[in-house]
Design a protein around this ligand. Sequence first.
Ligand SMILES: [Zn+2]
Length: 413
Amino acid sequence: MHYDNYISQCLCCNSDKLYEFYKIKELPIESLQLFEDSQSALSVPRLSFIMTLCEDCGFIFNRCHNAIVKKSTTSYHENQAFSPKYREFCENLAARLINKYNLSGKKILEIGCGSGFFISLICEMGKNKGLGIDPALDPLQSDHEDDVGVEFKNDYYAETHHEYVVDSIICRHTLEHVIDPRNLSDLIFRHASKDDAVVCIEVPDSLRILEENAFWDIYYEHCCYFTSGTLARLFRSIGYEIVDLRKDFGEQYILLEASGAPAPVNGPFPIEEPLSQLYRQVRSFEAEVESARRVWRRIIKSHADLGHNVVLWGSSSKGAAFAAAIDCIKELPYIVNINPSQHGRYVAGTGQKMISPLALRELAPHLVINMNALYQQEIMADLRTLNLGCDLRSISEKDRVLRAGQVMDLGSA
Ligand SMILES: [Zn+2]
């Protein structure tokens, strides 16, 4: 097979000892993007994806990633801002950073700020001045200050931005979108060193993806897949002092806090898995993911054969990745999301329609598949309000089926 882009060396350590362990022939290149009609959505190309492990440093990436693919205008984590659970997580995170690093009345930079939800939050809570940089920012938002005094720039973060003197640099859910994370981490390091600023990085934990065979968490926009060990090794090799390394949000995210100031090398932290463990996990994912896909395909097809509606509940990217990976796009035409701005729009690449929870009344699904176990209680409560007696399965607990009616009894017991 011929690939336009085929990366032959690790982008973190230059090693050529690369091991391919998961291939998807056609993955939509922009599953975060939504369209007004299904035809435009379906016109978005699908490209090959080859998940590859560097055997020398543990870095996992898509070795045929096409970097010219433009970045989506919305991001997964900002879409989650509608969830009370996610908002609570962000508020707790902002409060912790403010207290721990004395970020009050300071200057904060967020790289890859999305719509600005988090930078505005931490600036409001700590009475800080903020700058948010994102190449996919709404141009109308660029060069304007929001009502808590955050300035926004529609741009790629670059050397020129080092002229801003900052006390903290935050970069959440961005590193996994760039194919050369070492360059970006190094750029941030030099900025942080100059200003003695604290750096806060947040990425999804890919060890969990490997452990759970979570193929629905693998999508084109994510070209890099970090584990605690890989992220820490990368940052330490650049020269950072890692102050804290932890998991949060139901262990789904890795949070790394580091300083650019010269300091004695510390670590490893307890959650840094050794390379040998990562290799084992990659091998087990490789051995089991096909059967995981087969099980889900069988579940979906058997409902479809009986004429039952099955509906996914969650983000467009997880829903599209799931349906595409099990080859059931036709059987899964709807994704429920609580963000009203998405309703009635269509997912790039798969053409699935985003609908509101209320729309489930008409569809009367037999089965709702929750794409993120963390939201199980929230979704259960919504199904209960809608008076739907359908089954609810969490994607990561495929053997555990809950009936919305029964759940009500459990909840009130
Ligand atoms: Zn490497």
